[in-house]
Ligand binder design. Structure first.
Ligand SMILES: Nc1ncnc2c1ncn2[C@@H]1O[C@H](COP(=O)(O)OP(=O)(O)OP(=O)(O)O)[C@@H](O)[C@H]1O
Length: 314
């Protein structure tokens, strides 16, 4: 394997909080990797370490065999980070020109405009652009040095559905030539559709790492859906073989680690349960099962113990 980057035993603490707690991930050139996890899992902190924006308390980061700084300075690695700062008085055209001038072999201007979709508003000051347009400008700047590795922290968070689709089409072209992408996202569908591999984080740890299909398969679980009169989530979640439970009225959906155990327990506790249906787990259920099995983080008094699906998926 030709390595793009390597994270080894990374630890990053903020006071008593270990935001990143022993993360080791090796990514080969040409891989497209999704970094997933509930709020506060440590995704952005890991990305900051990869980019050299913060230094680890323990562990090592190597990018193309060197330091993050060297990879950024040479243009081999580039990033789009959440709310990355843009000079309000400059236009996208000026910013692109400025960033291209920093690199020896920049991407041609026309290609940057086309890939990032900034042509329409390239002459307007950044202070007058919308959140989605600014995100495209960040994309354009990230492409300026024609990087081999792109690191994206929630790249589509501010984009509407069309812009999101365009963004990923552009990213597919970018990776078709064997370039590497690491992206953090809350959209499981994005991970499923665009990543070769998923790294799932929880409480600063990697709890699953592999191809999407494998992460799904590792959760031997299935999803049990049923009509359960009188049931509440807490009671359903406590049934044998259940990783997490959701209820909407009588409609219950249980992510199971062992659906055989669950079905017996369900009928014992709720003999009136009906319309029972069991299906294989998708990535969403794998995500919920893998992130719900852990104990809640110590600082979680302000957060729900188990991530709620809509919060996870936004
Ligand atoms: N600069 C900081 N100072 C103090 N605590 C921090 C800082 N940055 C992150 N943390 C804490 O570290 C933990 C991990 O945060 P991080 O932003 O890396 O998570 P995340 O997975 O990116 O979350 P989200 O999906 O909400 O963006 C959280 O508990 C967060 O509050």
């Amino acid at each position: 394997m030709t390595e793009a980057f390597r994270l080894r035993g990374l630890v990053k603490r903020f006071g008593a909080v270990p935001a990143v707690d022993g993360v080791s991930v090796d990514v080969a050139r040409g891989e497209v990797v999704a970094l997933l996890g509930p709020n506060g899992a440590g995704k952005s902190s890991t990305i900051d370490l990869l980019l050299g924006l913060s230094t680890p308390d323990q562990g090592e980061v190597r990018v193309f065999g060197g330091t993050p700084r060297a990879a950024l300075d040479s243009g081999r690695m580039a990033a789009m980070v959440q709310n990355g700062f843009l000079l309000r008085d400059l236009t996208p055209a000026e910013l692109v020109r400025l960033h291209r001038s920093m690199f020896r072999t920049p991407l041609p201007v026309g290609e940057i405009y086309a890939r990032a979709g900034i042509g329409e508003f390239a002459g307007r000051r950044c202070g007058r652009l919308s959140g989605g347009q600014l995100q495209r400008v960040r994309h354009a700047i990230a492409l300026a040095g024609d990087p081999e590795l792109l690191v994206l922290d929630e790249p589509t968070a501010a984009l509407d559905v069309d812009a999101r689709r365009t963004f990923w089409a552009s990213m597919r072209e970018f990776t078709a030539g064997g370039r590497t992408v690491l992206f953090a996202t809350h959209y499981l569908a994005e991970a499923e559709d665009y990543a070769d591999r998923v790294v799932l984080m929880r409480q600063g740890h990697v709890v699953a790492d592999g191809p999407v299909a494998q992460v799904r398969a590792n959760v031997t679980g299935r999803v049990l859906r049923a009509l359960v009169p009188g049931a509440v989530e807490k009671d359903l979640a406590a049934l044998d073989g259940v990783a997490s439970a959701r209820c909407q009225g009588e409609r219950a959906e249980l992510a199971c680690t062992d659906s055989d155990l669950t079905i017996r327990a369900l009928l014992r506790a709720f003999p009136r349960a009906s319309a029972i249906e069991i299906t294989a787990a998708g990535l969403e259920e794998a995500f919920l099962a893998l992130t719900a099995q852990q104990p809640a983080p110590p600082e979680s008094s302000e957060q729900p113990e188990h991530p709620q699906p809509r919060e996870v998926l936004r």
